[in-house]
Write a protein that binds this ligand. Structure first.
Ligand code: NAD
Length: 318
């Protein structure tokens, strides 16, 4: 059995990860997978998620926890373990760092959102949240688009400066701006990606200051967590979710539905975009991702295959 830690996973090509996420959406379209609702175990403000999925040659289970207050101990909010197994013999093939897989595939979910929802020519972008997911969102945003100015905002200025310093070493040819407020970031960005643990909307919106922009919501995964104000979804021309579970799981969709700001039949699955070449010029678009086990499965399978080809990781015996 192969053991892959975060350093090994960090060396996998971004193209490989994004293609794996695209493959997950193709499996959604062909309905060629077996994925139950993920189990949420809430313990006060902390959550444990159990995420199994079967498809084609592999099955996988991710156990992942989210401890929103972990930053107080200098630790990341998300931790986890991924087990990838053979779908013919049932044998476990690999154990991987579940947090690293989560960060990679979630970055690629946002990246694919950027690729299919924004014009090639966009030059400005903003990331709300400078934690683990915020950094990964930035990496996949910059992988997909030639951004000239990237605004970053977080409650922690230190986190913003840390993220800018990391990105500067990887992507040199752009201006990084530590935004003073979330509203300044929104005003100056064509695409706005939020990856925070906030329970309440991050900025104030009016139909004017959001018009023609693409909003991608990554952070909220419980019905009591909302990163974007209702005004965004209310004025969106198109609303997409990575999985329909988002309508129940995330306050970014569940709250506007409860408040009757939008009707459920306006919400579409992102996978449908793979079939049509839609153009969103001068459209306001809202895309909510809560993640799903199928992303983890296709990503883990792609990582495993590249790791075997490149002799990465350590062999473990039970
Ligand atoms: N959509 C998905 O598939 C997916 C996958 C993984 C994680 N997530 C979610 O993304 C969120 C972020 O995860 P992470 O691993 O990056 O956590 P993290 O703790 O590494 O980072 C969160 C950041 O958000 C910042 N923040 C919190 N409230 C804020 C506010 N009001 N304004 C600005 N910044 C604020 C914190 O200061 C911190 O830097 C979590 O809620 C997590 O569950 C979603």
């Amino acid at each position: 059995m192969l053991f892959l830690n975060k350093y090994a996973i960090g060396k996998i090509d971004q193209e490989v990860i994004q293609t794996a996420v695209e493959k997950a959406y193709q499996l959604v379209l062909s309905q060629n997978y077996n994925m139950p609702d993920r189990m949420h175990v809430a313990d006060n403000q902390n959550t444990l998620l159990l995420m199994p999925c079967f498809s084609e040659k592999f099955f996988a289970t991710k156990l992942v926890s989210v401890f929103p207050e972990a930053w107080q101990y200098g630790q990341p909010a998300v931790n986890g373990v991924m087990v990838l197994s053979d779908n013919v013999s049932g044998q476990p093939l690999a154990i991987m760092d579940g947090a690293a897989i989560t960060a990679q595939r979630t970055g690629a979910v946002g990246g694919l959102g950027v690729k299919l929802l924004t014009a090639d020519s966009i030059e400005t972008a903003g990331i709300l949240g400078a934690g683990v997911q915020g950094l990964s969102q930035a990496r996949y945003l910059l992988f997909n688009r030639n951004i000239k100015s990237l605004y970053i905002y977080d409650l922690s200025h230190e986190a913003v400066m840390g993220m800018i310093n990391t990105l500067k070493q990887e992507f040199t040819d752009l201006e990084y701006v530590a935004a003073k407020t979330p509203n300044q970031l929104v005003a100056n960005s064509k695409v706005i990606i939020a990856a925070t643990t906030s329970k309440t909307p991050l900025f104030k919106a009016s139909p004017d200051n959001i018009f023609g922009k693409i909003f991608i919501s990554i952070g909220s995964f419980r019905p009591d967590m909302q990163e974007f104000p209702n005004t965004v979804i209310e004025n969106a021309d198109d609303i997409f979710v990575d999985t329909m579970f988002a309508t129940k799981e995330s306050g970014d969709i569940a709250i506007p539905l409860k408040d009757h700001v939008i009707a459920k039949n306006r919400i579409k699955e992102f996978a449908g975009l793979l079939e049509k070449n839609k153009i969103f010029e001068n459209k306001t678009v809202f895309f909510k991702s809560v993640g799903m086990a199928l992303f983890d499965l296709t990503t883990a399978a792609a990582i495993y295959q590249q790791a075997l080809e490149k002799n990465m990781g350590q062999i473990l015996d039970f």
